[in-house]
Design a protein around this ligand. Structure first.
Ligand SMILES: O=C(O)CCC(=O)C(=O)O
Ligand SMILES: [Fe+2]
Length: 310
């Protein structure tokens, strides 16, 4: 699926942008799936008396932003609810994507329980993700296991609407830097940009801004430092991040949720058991584990990574 040159790049730099990865229109169905989630949430908020206007006349690019203005935290509610509609399942197990992952982790492939729909509404601090390494959200053992992320924007992601920045080659030291938790009233772990030198990097030279057009994919290594910029545009910068790893290795998610097997080397006809996977609500168990309150309208997220860092 990828050329040897692309694979080499991914392993050397810890990230790879593949432009026009999907055929034109392939992601439109995912956008429709997101539209349905937004519509369901608007109805739920309205029925509970939290909002008056459901903004049905607004589109994919702006509706959630208008809902957010009526009920602060709506974007977080959608992010944390973690519903995996059929459109997301199909994307996660997309033939082309799994072919890439197979090149990276081997012929047995599992989907990692930590996946996210990023609801990055304009001018919303809570959706600006600070510098971190993904394995800092997991148990230390996850550094031993390559977890490949596909970061898939649902719009053209650019510097204005808050694309990602990565610290090229930062995975190579094989270290997880010290993180703190949590940045500015959010649930995000955070490392300091100035600590990049501990990974042998020079922030000025090695930070790369990754603009990713719609239809393209940014592949990441779980030890590469990255952050997302602020959304200073007037549209929502939607994206999905999906992860995979070799099922023979630990997923590092504190024993809270199992990965979902997607490819089996010895069974080419293997069918994914989505029912079992979708039956376990990650956010609920994450929060219960920390004894945090969580009702349908709590706009807070908590998770076991909060115990890992000061
Ligand atoms: O989409 C974002 O803003 C942050 C994404 C991220 O940190 C990830 O996919 O690991
Ligand atoms: Fe991340």
């Amino acid at each position: 699926q990828l050329t040897p040159q692309q694979l080499d790049d991914y392993f050397k730099k810890g990230f790879l942008v593949v432009k026009d990865f999907f055929p034109p229109g392939r992601l439109d169905v995912v956008r429709s799936g997101i539209d349905k989630l937004v519509d369901d949430l608007a109805n739920k908020l309205c029925n509970a008396g939290k909002i008056k206007n459901k903004h049905e006349d607004k589109d994919f690019f702006t509706r959630l932003y208008h809902l957010e203005k009526e009920f602060k935290g709506t974007a977080i509610l959608l992010h944390k609810q973690g519903i995996l509609p059929k459109e997301f399942q199909d994307l996660w197990s997309d033939e082309k994507l799994l072919n890439v992952v197979e090149q990276m982790v081997g012929p047995n492939v599992a989907g990692h329980p930590v996946w996210n729909l990023r609801t990055k509404t304009p001018h919303n601090e809570q959706t600006t993700v600070p510098w971190h390494q993904d394995n800092a959200y997991l148990e230390p053992c996850s550094l031993e296991c390559l977890q490949v992320t596909a970061w898939i924007p649902m719009v053209d992601a650019n510097m204005v609407n808050g694309c990602m920045q990565v610290a090229s080659g930062g995975h190579k030291a094989g270290k997880t830097l010290k993180h703190t938790c949590c940045a500015g009233g959010t649930w995000y772990v955070e490392m300091e940009e100035k600590d990049l030198d501990q990974l042998g990097l020079d922030a000025k030279k090695d930070i790369v801004t990754c603009e990713v057009p719609y239809g393209s994919v940014l592949f990441l290594n779980n030890a590469i430092p990255h952050q997302s910029l602020e959304n200073r545009s007037d549209i929502i910068r939607w994206s999905l991040d999906l992860r995979w790893h070799d099922p023979a290795k630990e997923n590092g998610f504190y024993g809270l949720k199992k990965s979902v097997l997607m490819r089996k080397a010895d069974d080419p006809d293997y069918k994914i058991d989505w029912d079992e996977f979708a039956g376990v609500d990650r956010t609920k168990i994450q929060m219960k584990n920390l004894k945090e309150d969580n009702d349908d309208f709590t706009t807070e997220v908590a998770g076991p990574w909060m115990k890992r860092w000061d």
